[in-house]
Design a protein around this ligand. Sequence first.
Ligand code: THU
Length: 132
Amino acid sequence: MRIDSKKLIQAASNARQGSVSPYSKFKVGAALLTQAGEIIGGANVESASYGLTCCAERIALFKALTEGKNNFIAVAVVARCEGGPMPCGACRQLLREYAPDAQVFIADSDDLKTIRKFTVKGLLPSAFVLVP
Ligand code: THU
């Protein structure tokens, strides 16, 4: 299946509108694409107990997984920063476990046409995995 990176970036941008980020004011949106062509969006949710904050990527992943969706072939992440936001280490680990073969598209919300492309495996080499 051909992956439409622009469409997935747009979905991440739309999901970003759902961000609940009263502390950092840094809105992040993510969107996962399944092999079946389904798109699942998510956005970051923050807590007054800062460490409980959950990133957009993990919200999207947890939504998808708990709705029985898997076989992810791509994930897009959008925020307002130069070049777009790179996933944090925790999200890389979860993506490596549940979306190991996915491509990763990153964009600045002010420039959705400039898409940087990575792979989940490339973003977390020598990862800790129990299931190969
Ligand atoms: N954040 C994400 O949602 N994804 C990332 O990849 C990096 C950081 C969120 C967490 C927090 O709500 C805000 O960005 C600032 O760190």
